[in-house]
Design a binder for this molecule. Structure first.
Ligand code: NAG
Ligand code: NAG
Length: 399
């Protein structure tokens, strides 16, 4: 608050960002909504649905990762439905370096490729032949390395359009492998500086991505192909943050520098200004807060959860992230802690809007992957690795 220069930057960039605000609505959703409007004979209730406006601003549309469309029950239209096909399927199943046993569930042959599909099961105690049905799945990345799989896996290299990376190393497979072209992207051990450009996420053939041991700082871009890379590809940099590393702090120097272009950093700063001037309302949903406290308790209030206190807004807590619009918890990521002990708490299933789960490098995390996770219908990324999680991979992950 004492920094007039920062404040005026903020004001200008607020003006700037509101003038140029991009359409949030997905064009496919917009098209579908127009068909719905038409099907209801362009009834008056849809008057705000016009081509030149952003569908996320439209009346009776709730834009999240999959829009919920509700017809007002007060009128003659009493239908209420959820556009089920727009709920994205689980697209990232990262279960490497655990103590998982058994074979790959038959249900994995039904895995859907919404956009990209990453499955990493490396370094477990998995065995047996792979279900033949996996041949029909359009994987982007499949890593089965360091298990005891047997039999044929050549079907991964036939006719799969989006396949970019297959790792079958250190198993007992036996088959003839075809040709696979990979693009190498390894910049490790340099003196490269600055922030990672968001366009990186759009490179479709990114392979062996590794920017470790550089001087990068700021948030790691999300989406696309970048989502599949583990934190070791970003290790030993100046100040990189965000998934798969811990969340970005509110005051990140890189973010302050690039504030003109960074709406997310801006809104964080804006909220922290509100907060510091005592005007902030709690954004956290009380149900989410309750569930998070159950998780904290299940892990014996480990130090990792020290910022999770009753008098603070859970959207500001370490290890979690809220959606910017709905303020529901969408991400939970607990990493690198040997005090976090016990099974994955069922309360994880009580965060209904979770899109990403990360339990990474937690040697005392034990037990199976709980059934409660099946309740999370918006889950897109499940990342449980470097733990002592046991039991077979649950089939419900593919449903
Ligand atoms: C990335 O590069 C570093 C440094 O060469 C190396 O230690 C690390 O294993 C690499 N990570 C991956 C996933 O290849
Ligand atoms: C599993 O637990 C053992 C014993 O505590 C530990 O040494 C090992 O590192 C753990 N495994 C992983 C992958 O964390």
């Amino acid at each position: 608050m004492g920094n007039y220069h920062a404040l005026s930057l903020l004001v200008f960039s607020l003006l700037f960002s509101s003038a140029l605000s991009a359409e949030l609505c997905h064009p496919d959703d917009k098209k579908a909504l127009f068909r719905i409007k038409k099907a209801f004979n362009n009834a008056y209730v849809f008057a705000s649905w016009t081509p030149d406006t952003d569908c996320s601003d439209w009346y009776i549309v709730n834009v999240m990762r999959g829009p919920t469309v509700a017809c007002p029950s007060s009128s003659q239209m009493t239908v209420r439905w959820r556009a089920a096909s727009t709920t994205p399927p689980l697209g990232a199943i990262f279960l490497e370096r655990n103590q998982l046993t058994g074979s790959v569930p038959e249900s994995f042959g039904g895995l859907k490729n919404n956009k990209d599909l990453y499955v990493r099961l490396a370094k477990n105690k998995l065995s047996g032949p792979l279900p033949k049905s996996l041949g029909a799945v359009d994987f982007t990345v499949i890593d089965l390395s360091r298990n005891q799989f047997t039999g044929d896996a050549s079907f991964f290299f036939r006719g799969s359009k989006g396949l970019q990376d297959v790792d079958l190393s250190r198993n007992k497979f036996s088959f003839n492998i075809g040709e696979v072209t990979l693009i190498i992207f390894d910049l490790s051990h340099n003196k490269i500086y600055g922030t990672l450009p968001p366009s990186l996420a759009k490179l479709s053939n990114l392979q062996q991505f590794n920017v470790s041991y550089n001087r990068l700082c700021g948030p790691i871009p999300t989406g696309g192909n970048l989502d599949r890379f583990d934190k070791y590809r970003y290790a030993h940099n100046k100040r990189l943050c965000g998934s798969p590393l811990p969340p970005c702090p509110i005051t990140n120097n890189c973010q302050m520098i690039s504030i003109m272009g960074n709406y997310h950093a801006l809104s964080l700063l804006f909220f922290s200004l509100l907060f510091s001037s005592g005007l902030s309302a709690e954004l956290c949903h009380p149900d989410d807060k309750k569930a998070l406290f159950r998780i904290k308790k299940a892990f014996n209030n480990a130090y990792e959860f020290a910022s999770w206190t009753p008098d603070t807004d859970c959207c500001d807590w370490y290890l979690v992230k809220c959606d910017e619009k709905t303020h529901r918890i969408i991400s939970l990521s607990v990493t690198d802690d040997n005090k976090v002990a016990g099974p994955i708490p069922d309360a994880v299933g009580d965060l209904p809007y979770l899109q990403e789960i990360g339990f990474i490098n937690l040697p005392k995390l034990v037990g199976p992957i709980p059934q409660a996770i099946a309740r999370l219908k918006y889950l897109q990324s499940l990342w449980v690795s470097h733990t002592n999680i046991t039991d077979p991979i649950p089939g419900f992950l593919a449903h």
